[in-house]
Unconditional design. Structure first.
Length: 192
């Protein structure tokens, strides 16, 4: 068995998703500390893109594993998907909000509460169960798939791409938002 992985070889899916959570909470702290609306907007856009990537990767690879291997997994996944939907709706509002208005920071605080709650649930409930019920090498393999999905998730999927249907189902209304964010982050201009 040839091992082509480098430093990331011993990182499993739980490590990756937990690090994502830390990064999201860190970005929120930076938004709170930002001196002006422009920086708040840029940080919020980065946060939204990160949350979308994370959510899509989870729904593509992690939730099916929870459904298959964790007792009451289906119910847990339903609960988590509802939370993702709420988070996406909130991010749509944040995307439209004017960073100089008080409502912007109200939305940031609300998003912070939802993300902290969602991350707490996953880290205290699902993640330990994943490690309990799934062999480590499978979790490492899932981690690799999640990393790949995070790279693919926010790009415009081609209709022929195998994950495109799932991508659209999972993200729904969020797809346009991700495209616009990516355009902004990569300096491309869209017509919208």
């Amino acid at each position: 068995m040839s091992d082509t992985h480098s430093a990331g070889a011993n990182v499993d899916v739980v490590d990756i998703l937990t690090a994502d959570h830390r990064e999201m909470i860190g970005l929120i702290a930076q938004i709170h500390a930002a001196p002006d609306g422009t920086q708040r907007r840029d940080l919020a856009d980065t946060l939204i893109a990160e949350v979308m990537r994370h959510a899509v990767a989870e729904e593509m690879f992690v939730y099916p594993a929870i459904e298959d291997h964790v007792p009451n997994g289906k119910e847990e996944v339903e609960h988590d998907k509802k939370e993702h939907d709420d988070i996406v709706k909130l991010m749509k509002q944040l995307e439209k909000a004017e960073p100089s208005e008080p409502a912007f920071m109200d939305l940031v605080r609300e998003l912070e509460g939802q993300l902290t709650h969602h991350a707490g649930d996953e880290e205290s409930e699902q993640f330990p169960k994943l490690r309990q019920h799934i062999p480590r090498e499978k979790l490492v393999e899932m981690g690799e798939k999640v990393e790949k999905a995070k790279k693919l998730a926010p790009t415009r999927p081609h209709p022929s791409a195998p994950h495109s249907e799932l991508f659209h189902k999972t993200v729904g209304a969020g797809v346009g938002m991700v495209d616009r964010l990516l355009d902004k982050l990569t300096g491309r201009k869209t017509g919208s």
